[in-house]
Design a protein around this ligand. Structure first.
Ligand code: PLP
Length: 241
């Protein structure tokens, strides 16, 4: 076999490019079908558990938004993304413990998983120096199973008000994961309705972070602005470290 043609650090660049092109094509098709401009949709590639070399490869293919779900892995990925530059950003999308919130808030460019008052209060004393307020999305719980993260929908407005009243934070919108086995169009429609309610409190909080590898088409049909896509682009994830 040719000596690693298209391979770098064990990454099959050819296959990576193929998967990325396929997903970009599917996003364009879903956007067109929904009468939306694909340029208004940000694709966050979730790189959790993968080596830093995957960020290099993705960056070379034009990816600028990376997603991670655990500190401290997310800290190393953020530093790497920032060193790659050209607008590369790290989105923290995982469940967040109160005692890690301020650390994550210092290096992340956005946190999508703010789901309780305790986290907002931890962020109130966040010091990001020149970087300014931290962009946050509120994670919604669509099935009321808050063990998987998320604020119940009937608590969303109160949490939004608390975020808006916290000068170290900038509320950008909402985030959700479709419940297992759910009708995703119906689930993401509820996210869109909740987003509309939140925008009465914070008019520019227009992010809808929804849609993963298996349901991003449905999320686009319901107005998602930020997709969080892992395996459809990266291939299978290594086991959690
Ligand atoms: C891992 C993860 C994703 C990506 O999941 P895939 O099914 O691999 O696309 C999206 N969102 C969150 C919160 C995740 O933890």
């Amino acid at each position: 076999m040719a000596d690693g043609a298209g391979m770098a650090d064990g990454i099959d660049l050819e296959a990576l490019r193929d998967r990325l092109d396929t997903v970009r094509g599917a996003i364009a098709d879903a956007a067109a079908a929904a009468g939306r401009d694909a340029a208004s949709i940000t694709t966050i590639v979730v790189t959790k558990y993968h080596p830093l070399a995957l960020l290099d490869a993705l960056h070379g293919l034009g990816v600028r938004d990376f997603g991670e779900n655990r500190h401290p892995e997310s800290r190393d990925k953020a530093a790497h993304a920032h060193a790659l530059g050209d607008g590369a950003r790290l989105h923290f999308v995982g469940q967040l413990q109160r005692n890690k919130a301020r650390q994550v808030g210092r290096y992340a460019d956005a946190v999508h998983s703010v789901d309780r008052a305790e986290l907002v209060d931890a962020f109130a004393t966040l010091d990001r120096g020149e970087a300014g307020p931290l962009d946050v999305a509120m994670q919604l719980s669509l099935d009321g199973d808050t063990a998987r993260g998320g604020v119940p929908l009937d608590g969303a407005e109160a949490l939004a008000e608390r975020i808006v009243a916290t000068p170290t934070l900038r509320l950008r919108g909402v985030m959700a994961v479709a419940p297992i086995g759910a009708d995703t169009d119906e689930a993401f429609a509820r996210v869109r309705e909740t987003s509309e309610r939140i925008r009465r409190i914070a008019p520019d909080a227009d992010w809808i972070s929804a849609g993963m590898s298996h349901d991003f088409r449905s999320a686009i049909s319901q107005g998602a602005t930020h997709l969080r896509i892992g395996t459809a682009i990266t291939g299978n994830r290594p086991a959690a470290p």
